[in-house]
Design a protein around this ligand. Structure first.
Ligand SMILES: [Zn+2]
Length: 557
């Protein structure tokens, strides 16, 4: 029986090799010479669920999402393979081809065991803001412990070729383009309304960025009320506009269209309000087009790299939820922006010269109350009550509350001094806590650091927790909530979030398009960490140094 299986395995292996092999020296020669795109464009849509591609398909125009879906290669089952489905982690994993195990970005902010403080994924006070007088530019990628695709591209080209990252969010701009980027730009709202950067990259903003900031575009966008792009009565793919599962902007009475942005801006941190509307994505598209023109991307003999991360989708998803009219309108409008971007790339860089991929940094949970009201199990988890419970457990079991140093990001951190005083093996203390907290309402799984160090989980939620676990940085006991349970919510239980290892947070779109990409679609399971080695292979360069993904061979010509 065993032999029979190994013969089958061998045959499968051989047939696999054959399908991937190239036929002749001439073919290899011509492929190497002609296959390199002049520009790679990576697009991340913050909080885009996979099903938004299909849900709103009939409302998309021919040149945006639909074009990527029908003319490019569509992966229908692309998933994050870890539980920390948050913005910083998602972006890092897409571009490094690995998970927090190796790249070390555990969350957006996390508890640092050595300094005993919370740290930000891109916070770095060694650098200064350029572009405004605020501290929003004191950022760098130094906490990212591995290289990105664009770092490898730079190394392969002796640091030639331009690499630029941009987003409304600092982490969405910085992490994708790694350590060697020429520039990363993000949006400083408040009373500024400008794209800024950090002295990590540049001494001053380039003229084109200063000109863009002075162009009055932000002002124009936020002087317009947000109404639906098409007649709202045609938005049959979402629930009624006025529903109880949404938040309102500050100063609004109902969560309904039209959202009077010019009137509401002063109550919503002035220029920051644009990020709460689809116009934040339009502004970033304008900025991307300006950068393609000014930096002459895709025009030199080296391959350039442009990373664009759209964030308004995330703010709007958090506020209004998965099935709102606002989220539908946001995707209809983002589709127009993507169409505008593709049209511009086609006319300036040339259809045959660039390769584009589009994915998301995580999905989103349905608003739990919406599920509850429709008889689907869901829940809200009160973190403060849970903290009190854990302290009570340690008091009962070990006679001290001080054992618990911190609880955050679904992790319990022990105070190492207190632990040593117990004179009990660390693994045993971890297991006793894990065995107790599993009884707490809303907790689905608990697992100790010791188990994660000694057991290899290959599927399910425990494998996703394991892929989020970094032995040097993570804590002592890790846990997952029950399905459709969230811990961050607004007062009225409207709005939603993400951050679990379940399908609704891990399943995201993955589209490849352009030079070197086949036309087609696949229902096979792939991991998001497979994007980086796939793009690296397309470019004929080394994988990011911590890569644990595998090449998606079926998308490549
Ligand atoms: Zn995000």
């Amino acid at each position: 029986m065993k032999k029979y299986f190994s013969i089958i395995t061998m045959l499968l292996f051989l047939s696999n090799c054959k399908s991937q092999s190239l036929n002749s020296t001439a073919e290899i020669d011509s492929q190497i010479k002609s296959s390199k795109p002049k520009l790679i464009v990576g697009i991340v849509v913050d909080q885009m669920r996979y099903d938004y591609l299909n849900r709103f398909y009939n409302k998309y125009s021919e040149g945006g999402f639909k074009k990527l879906m029908t003319k490019g290669y569509m992966i229908n089952n692309a998933h994050f393979s870890f539980s920390a489905t948050k913005t910083a982690v998602g972006h890092s994993s897409i571009y490094t081809g690995t998970t927090p195990v190796n790249h070390g970005i555990l969350a957006n902010d996390w508890y640092d065991k050595s300094s005993k403080k919370y740290i930000n994924c891109v916070g770095d006070t060694r650098y200064k803001t350029i572009g405004t007088s605020s501290d929003k530019g004191q950022k760098s990628p130094y906490r990212l412990q591995t290289t990105t695709i664009s770092d490898q591209l730079h190394l392969a080209q002796n640091m030639k070729g331009k690499v630029i990252g941009m987003s409304s969010k600092d982490r969405g701009a910085i992490l994708p383009v790694g350590h060697t980027a020429d520039a990363a730009y993000w949006y400083d709202g408040g009373n500024h309304g400008k794209f800024i950067s950090s002295t990590y990259y540049l001494e001053n903003l380039p003229k084109w960025v200063v000109d863009f900031n002075n162009s009055g575009k932000v002002e124009n966008y936020i002087n317009t009320p947000w109404n639906t792009y098409y007649d709202i009565t045609t938005y049959t793919e979402s629930i009624e506009d006025n529903n109880v599962y949404e938040q309102t902007l500050k100063g609004e009475k109902t969560p309904t269209f039209p959202h009077n942005i010019p009137e509401l801006r002063n109550k919503n941190d002035n220029y920051s309000i644009i990020t709460e509307t689809p116009f934040g994505n339009s502004l970033l598209t304008d900025f991307a087009i300006a950068s393609i023109n000014a930096e002459q991307l895709g025009k030199s003999s080296f391959t350039d790299f442009l990373s664009i991360s759209y964030s308004s989708t995330d703010y709007i998803g958090h506020g209004y939820g998965v099935v709102s009219k606002e989220i539908q309108d946001t995707y209809i409008r983002l589709d127009k922006d993507i169409e505008r971007l593709i049209t511009h790339l086609d006319s300036t860089v040339g259809k045959e010269n660039y390769t584009l991929f589009l994915t998301a940094d995580h999905g989103a949970t349905h608003v739990p109350q919406y599920l509850i009201d429709n008889s689907i199990p869901a829940n809200y988890f009160d973190k403060n009550k849970f903290k009190a419970f854990v302290k009570e457990v340690t008091l009962n079991k070990f006679g001290t509350e001080k054992l618990i140093e911190n609880i955050s990001n679904n992790t319990i951190y022990f105070d190492k001094k207190e632990l040593n005083q117990l004179k009990i093996d660390q693994g045993i203390v971890q297991q006793i806590i894990a065995d107790e907290i599993i009884n707490y309402d809303g907790i689905y799984k608990t697992v100790t650091a010791r188990t994660l160090q000694t057991t290899n989980f290959t599927e399910g939620i425990l494998s996703h927790i394991q892929n989020s676990y970094n032995q040097k940085l993570s804590g002592d006991v890790l846990y997952a909530y029950e399905l459709s349970t969230i811990s961050n919510w607004y007062e009225n239980k409207g709005g939603t979030t993400h951050g679990s290892g379940y399908n609704y947070n891990t399943h995201v779109p993955l589209l490849f398009y352009g030079k070197g990409i086949k036309n087609g679609a696949s229902n096979s399971y792939y991991r998001i960490i497979d994007i980086a080695p796939t793009i690296s292979t397309l470019l004929g360069i080394e994988f990011p140094n911590g890569n644990t993904g595998t090449v998606i061979t079926e998308v490549l010509k």
